[in-house]
Design a protein. Structure first.
Length: 294
């Protein structure tokens, strides 16, 4: 039966013949507390690289060098947006050492070492899509290899499908630099704001903490764009000027990170599926790899 207005059943029609730049990209769409996650279950180039024996960090460098157009196409407008987050699932050699899967985290500006909301969603994804060999009721431990190190998610499982809430144990977290025991605060010179004092901690990646007042801002009343701009400026200043993070090599067991006393934290939350998607990139499209609003 034709739909009202004479348009016909458009939902059943295929796209017209077209010239494609890349193979069709398939994704699973999820969110954790409203934070989106676009899961790329398979990316052939990365799986081939994994079979070749590249480590996870080498895979991330390889993706940035050879497959970054995939990140841009899926994270940027018109397929994505400024808040989009992605995860490339990697199987094979990179997911060895007792892990069920390895993952590369993507976002609009590049790549990250860790993402908590993504881990919560990926725990469910791994169970529901058969990546865990022998899931256990009522809860299954899903072992992920992330660029920051091994992370374990604990996911409810009823023998048929995953559930909520999901929780995970992250890599050891520690305070890298602050007042007192670490011998004084870290001071950095932020362009446009002058010298500010920050505390630096690690929880899968490094974070700098400071009061908005040091930047002449207020988190309740200042414009969002001003807060984001100032935060970006602080991030770049810390990267360039702070030396307290130069010695970090790898994540160690037993809640130790190098010479730091660390803690392993547990984070819990609820993740949900929102759908699946199939994306195409037409060769003639001048915006096939997306565009990014800042």
């Amino acid at each position: 039966m034709a739909a009202a207005g004479g348009g016909g059943d458009l939902g059943c029609r295929r796209l017209p013949p077209r010239s494609l730049t890349e193979p069709t990209l398939h994704t699973v769409e999820m969110h954790t507390g409203g934070e989106p996650l676009r899961v790329i279950p398979r990316l052939e180039a990365m799986e081939e690289a994994a079979v070749a024996g590249l480590s996870l960090l080498e895979l991330r460098r390889s993706m940035a060098a050879t497959q970054d157009h995939v990140r841009r196409a899926l994270m940027h407008e018109p397929r994505g947006h400024g808040g989009m987050y992605g995860a490339v699932v990697v199987r094979g050699g990179a997911a060895a050492d007792g892990a069920d899967l390895a993952v590369l985290f993507l976002h609009g500006s590049g790549y990250s070492a860790m993402c908590g909301h993504a881990v919560l969603a990926l725990g469910r994804f791994a169970l529901d899509f058969g990546l865990v060999a022998a899931p256990q009721c009522p809860e299954t431990a899903v072992r992920l290899r992330c660029p920051c190190g091994p992370v374990t998610a604990f996911v409810p499982w009823d023998g048929r499908r995953s559930g909520n809430p999901v929780r995970f144990h992250s890599v050891p977290a520690f305070v890298a630099a602050t007042g007192g025991a670490r011998g004084g605060d870290v001071t950095v010179d932020v362009p446009g704001h002058g010298k500010v004092v920050v505390d630096i901690s690690y929880g899968g990646t490094f974070y700098a903490f400071l009061s908005a007042a040091q930047l002449g801002l207020d988190v309740c009343s200042s414009e969002t764009r001003d807060l984001v701009s100032a935060a970006s400026a602080v991030t770049e200043a810390v990267k360039e000027q702070a030396s307290c993070i130069a010695h970090c090599i790898s994540v160690l067991q037993e809640a130790k990170f190098g010479d730091h006393n660390a803690v392993v934290v547990e984070v819990s939350g609820e993740a949900f599926y929102t759908g699946t998607a199939t994306f195409t990139l037409e060769e003639e499209d001048p915006l096939k790899y997306g565009f990014f609003f800042k």
